[in-house]
Every structure is written in structure tokens, then in C-alpha cells.
Design a protein around this ligand. Structure first.
Ligand SMILES: [Zn+2]
Length: 348
């Protein structure tokens, strides 16, 4: 019997919606009145997913994957959320839209999320989820001459709005990376990366204290928009007294501005993804410094959470609520950081 593509599609969707690993759609809808239409069989034209009157919040950094029948060896509580679990979390936290970041380099997890999978997930919730594509620089031929243009172009045509989360654990300015970055710049997609303090034992591209390799990339590819993320990136918001601190979450007041501030002033193609403990720590460890930082770089900071475990606190959400309610940053900066910058950068 011939495969019927429509039937296959429907079966897959039914599987996604009904698998025992997911929260039941009806249960979510029942618990969250007014959002039940979201969980109806995909209806791209009419799904009223963004409730009228709710403030817009765009999260530029989350992870999800399709449920699998394989019992993957992940510790309890550290499982990637399924798409429905993600949507339920977004509703609970008041997040309007999310950027779904595929995971394709082998250093990070025992789960890969391909670009194809991310695009398929986002196609089920087009008003809520925005796909990025992702590649590893060793793709195609593991060569500094590999041609990524056709692949990146195909991803862009499929609706991908950027590249990331990019984290091969090789030096940031490795010739393999430089070859790829040149082509990402040419295709015109922003790149979101994770930086690491070492090669080996980590995921993320390696940079030295003071981020000299990042500066080299920013200088060499001035039209490549880079969204910086991770402990190694954000630790440099303050001057590093002890370079060992950069693998973690340095606390306390920032007495002297760090390299990150200098790089953001000098390179307009450097943006900041404030997701995860690293981004949140950077903007909140010294509140007054954080407010000034957000005002100065209000055009290049993007709200994010890095929601990647099914049970996970998202401290950015109450923090930004506090910023708004307490008028701790300007209304203009708040709006830009929580959604306008992402909307502009991603052409939403
Ligand atoms: Zn992430």
C-alpha cells in the first residue's frame, strides 16, 4: 500500500497530541480557560493564541523536542519539554512567542533536535513558535571550504529566522567556525551562541578571558548579528578579578565595567540574549548597574529564558514584571527588550 502523506501527517500530529508523555490537551485547556482553542487540531488560520490585551513578550531562547517512544537516560526533572508542555509553560508565564533553538552539536546532551524537527514543531503553533535553524561547522565535509549556502538558504526559505543555539566545543575563531560565520553573514541570519571556558569537558565555542576571539569575529563579520549567551559571555559584564569566575555566576556589585560592555559599545553587531541563569545574573547582580546597562543597550538586548527542562523556574519573568511595575527601567527600554528588538531582528 502506498504511503499517504496526509495520513502520515495526521497520525504524527495525533501522536504528538496524545502521547502519554505529554500533558493531556484537554487537561491543559481545562486548567487554563480561554486557551482551549490552542489545543484544537492545528488550525493555522484561526487559532486565537495571543489573548487580546495581554502584554507581548518574546522569548528568544527555548528548547523543545517531539516526544519519543525511546526511554532516554535523562535524570528526572531534566527532560526537554514536549511542544505541549512548552505551550502550557508559556501560557502559565505569560510568554507570547518563543524562538525554538535546535540542538545539533554532540557536546551538549544525549538528545539531538534537528532543524527539520524544530520547523515541524513550529508549524503546529505558528502564532506561538518561531524556528531557528542550526548547523555544526563539521557538517557536509568537515572542511574550512564547506559550502553551507544552499543549506542555510533552504532553512531560511523554510521560515528559520536565525542560527543557534550554536555550541561546537572548538575555538570561536577556529577556521571551521570562520568559514560558517562568513556564510551565515552572507545569507543574512543572526547567530545565537554559547561560549565555553575550555575546549574539552564543556559545550560551547571556546574564548579566552577578555573575549578576544569574539572581538575578532565581530570585526571580521560586521554584518553578522551575534546574540551572546552563557556564563562565559555574561560574566564579562563586570571586570573579571579572577578568570576562574567566568565559568559560573559572579555575584555582587560591579565596580568596574567588563569587556562585554566595551565590546557592545564598539560593535553594533553584538546583541545580548539575557536568558538562563547567566543572563539573569548579569542584569540583576548589581541592580543599579543592571538598570543602566539595560537603558544604554536597550536596542540590542533580548528577553529569553532558556527553558529546557520540563520543571524549571524562569526568574526573568518575575524580574521583568518587577522592572515594569516598579518603573525601574523606562517603558521604552522595557518594551524593546521584552519584544520589540526580537520582533525587529527576526522580521516577525
Ligand atoms: Zn539553550
Amino acid at each position: 500500500m502506498k504511503n499517504n502523506p496526509q495520513k502520515t501527517q495526521k497520525s504524527r500530529r495525533e501522536f504528538i497530541l496524545s502521547t502519554g508523555k505529554l500533558l493531556g490537551a484537554a487537561a491543559i485547556a481545562g486548567a487554563l480557560p480561554g486557551e482551549s482553542a490552542l489545543f484544537a487540531e492545528s488550525n493555522k488560520q484561526s487559532a486565537p493564541v495571543i489573548a487580546q490585551g495581554k502584554p507581548m513578550i518574546i522569548d528568544v531562547h527555548i528548547h523543545t523536542h517531539l516526544p519519543t517512544a525511546i526511554n532516554l537516560p535523562e535524570a528526572p526533572g531534566t527532560r526537554l519539554p514536549t511542544p505541549l508542555e512548552l505551550i502550557a509553560k508559556m501560557i502559565e508565564e505569560g510568554i507570547s512567542k518563543c524562538v525554538v533553538l535546535p540542538l545539533v552539536s554532540p557536546e551538549c546532551r544525549d538528545v539531538m533536535v534537528t532543524t527539520e524537527e524544530a520547523v515541524e514543531i513550529c508549524s503546529q503553533f505558528p502564532d506561538r513558535l518561531i524556528p531557528f535553524c542550526n548547523v555544526d561547522p563539521r557538517y557536509i565535509t568537515n572542511s574550512t571550504k564547506a559550502n553551507f549556502i544552499p543549506l542555510l538558504t533552504a532553512y531560511k526559505e523554510a521560515g528559520c529566522k536565525g542560527v543557534g543555539e550554536y555550541f561546537p566545543n572548538i575555538p570561536l575563531d577556529d577556521p571551521l567556525n570562520m568559514n560558517l560565520f562568513r556564510q551565515v553573514e552572507e545569507v543574512g541570519l543572526p547567530l545565537l551562541f554559547h561560549l565555553a571556558p575550555k575546549v574539552g569537558g564543556y559545550y560551547g565555542c571556546y574564548d579566552d578571558p577578555g573575549l578576544p576571539r569574539l572581538e575578532k569575529v565581530l570585526k571580521q563579520f560586521p554584518k553578522l548579528v551575534i546574540l551572546g549567551h552563557s556564563q562565559v559571555f555574561w560574566a564579562e559584564i563586570g571586570f573579571l578579578n579572577n578568570p576562574e569566575e567566568r565559568g559560573g555566576y559572579p555575584k555582587g556589585p560591579i565596580v568596574k565595567e567588563g569587556r562585554l560592555v566595551e565590546l557592545m559599545r564598539n560593535y553594533p553587531n553584538l546583541y545580548g540574549d539575557i536568558s538562563a541563569g547567566s543572563g539573569h545574573n548579569a542584569i540583576s547582580r548589581d541592580p543599579e548597574f543592571g538598570y543602566r546597562f539595560m537603558e544604554e543597550f536597550q536596542d540590542r538586548l533580548c528577553f529569553g529564558t532558556d527553558y529546557c527542562h520540563v520543571v524549571q523556574e524562569l526568574p526573568q519573568v518575575p524580574y521583568f514584571r518587577k522592572l515594569k511595575e516598579g518603573k525601574l527601567i523606562s517603558e521604552e527600554a522595557y518594551e524593546k527588550i521584552t519584544w520589540k528588538n526580537a520582533s525587529k531582528l527576526l522580521n516577525l
